[in-house]
Design a protein. Structure first.
Length: 156
């Protein structure tokens, strides 16, 4: 068995002897992010995505619709819900419809964290409502509490 001194000469470092790595300027070692795959190179939190506009928080409307967890939508879904080119269409109305269809699919699922659903919306240049394929993921948020993210089928 090699001594610790021999290991260090070969470039093998005892992890307990390594200085703490700062991640996202976090000073407290209790807030450090550890990984089985080595040090984390980059993190992008849900909070940052909401601040950057990559996600849009619709939790207030979702709570009114009966959701218990915060709900956010991606830019693609936000664009779909903001397409009010037809008379009588609004973001709130389309979002409510989407949330009701999602809620129905959640209730009929078997406790899955991923739900695929397809609400119908009026669309420009179409006489009949079109089916838009979406999916929702219930996952741990930044504070490890459950959150829901709704995405277009082409987004992840």
């Amino acid at each position: 068995m090699k001594s610790e001194k021999q290991n260090n000469q070969e470039g093998i470092v005892n992890p307990a002897e390594q200085p703490e790595t700062k991640i996202n300027n976090v000073e407290n070692s209790n807030d450090r992010i550890d990984s089985d795959f080595g040090p984390v190179i980059f993190t992008y939190t849900r909070t940052q995505a909401l601040e950057d506009g990559q996600l849009v928080d619709i939790s207030k409307l979702a709570k009114e619709a009966g959701f218990k967890f915060p709900v956010a939508i991606t830019c693609g879904v936000n664009e779909l819900l903001n397409d009010a080119t037809q008379p009588g269409q609004s973001f709130e109305g389309r979002a409510w419809d989407m949330l009701m269809v999602l809620r129905f699919h959640i209730k009929k699922s078997n406790d899955s964290d991923t739900i695929y659903f397809a609400p119908l919306f009026n669309a420009k240049d179409h006489k009949q409502p079109m089916e838009y394929k979406l999916w929702a993921k219930c996952h741990a948020g930044d504070d490890f509490n459950p959150v829901i993210t709704v995405m277009l089928i082409t987004e992840d």
